[in-house]
Design a protein around this ligand. Sequence first.
Ligand code: PLP
Length: 329
Amino acid sequence: MASQPNSTLPNHGAVQMLNPKTEPICTPLLIDSIGNTPLVDISVLADKPEIKLLAKLEGSNPGGSVKDRPALYMINKAEESGELTADKIILEPTSGNTGIAIAMIGAAKGYRVKLVMPACVSMERRGILEAYGAETVLSPGCQMTDGAIRLAHKILDQEPDRYFMPNQYSNPNNPLAHYETTAPEIMQQTAGEIDYFVAGMGTSGTLMGMSSFFTKYASQVKVIGIEPGLGHKIQGLKNMHEAIVPEIYEQQKLAQKIMIEDETAYEMTRKLALEMGLFVGMSSGAAVAGALRVAEQIDSGTIVTLLPDRGDRYLSTNLFRSQCALCPP
Ligand SMILES: Cc1ncc(COP(=O)(O)O)c(C=O)c1O
C-alpha cells in the first residue's frame, strides 16, 4: 500500500525540504561565508557616558581570523589574472593566520599550499595548517616573520614557475579586501556614526584599506594604528622600526600611531575574556588597549576597533595560564 502523505508536517519550510521538485533556496560555498562578522558594544570598558566603543569580531570568519578576507581576494584576483593556475603551488611566508586562511581556501578550491613560518609560532596554528593539508616549512624562530619572508623568497627564486606567491606585504588586493568588505560592513553596522577606527599593524592591510575607504566616503573618521614595542612578542603585529616595512604601508594614511607594550596587551586580552566573555587573541588585547587610550583623549564619539582572531589560537602560550597553576589567572 502506498504511504499516505503525513498531514502533521509542521511548516512550509519542512514541506519544501521533503518535496524533491522544489529548488534549493540557496547553497553558498564555504568561501561565501567569509565576512559579515558581528560588531559588538564594549563601551562599558571605556566607562564614559558619551563614548561608544564597538568591536568587530573577525574571529567569526570560517578560518577564524580577519585574514580570510585578504586571502580570498588575493587568490580570486590571481585566478582572474591567470597568475594562479591549477598546476601551481600557493607559497606564502606567514606567521599563521594568513596561512590558515590560504590553507582553508586552497583546500576548498583544490590548490596545493606551502607555508613558511617562524619555528616559534604556536602549536595550534601549525596543527590547523596541517589539518587543512598544507605543507609547512619552518624558518629560525629568532628571526620572527622577517626570517620567514626571506626563506619564502629564496624558495620562490629557485623555482619561480612552480609557485604563486600572494605576498600579502605588497599585494594591493590585501588592503582592497578591507576597502571593499570590512569598511562598508562597519559603515552599515554603525549607520555611518563612527569617529575613530583603531587596529593593530601587521602587514597594515587592514589599516590601509580602511583609511582609503574613509578618506573617500567618510573623511571625518580618524584611522589609528596600534604598534607593538621594540622586541615585542605579539603575534601578528609589527614594529615598523625593527621589521621589514611592508610595501603596502603608507604612514601618512594614519592619523596617529599608539604604542602598546606586550604586558598591557596580554592583560587586556585576559580582561576581555574574564569580564566581557570575549575569548580573543593577543593582538585584539593590543587593539582594545589602544582604543581605550583614544577614549581617554576625547569626551565623546564612537570608536570602532577590530579584533583579528580568537583566543583558542594561543592556548599553548602563557597568555591564558595561571603563573602558579594553583588558581585561575
Ligand atoms: C593576529 C593578528 N592580528 C593582527 C594582524 C594585523 O593585520 P594586518 O596584516 O591587516 O595589519 C594580523 C595579521 O596577520 C594577525 O594575524
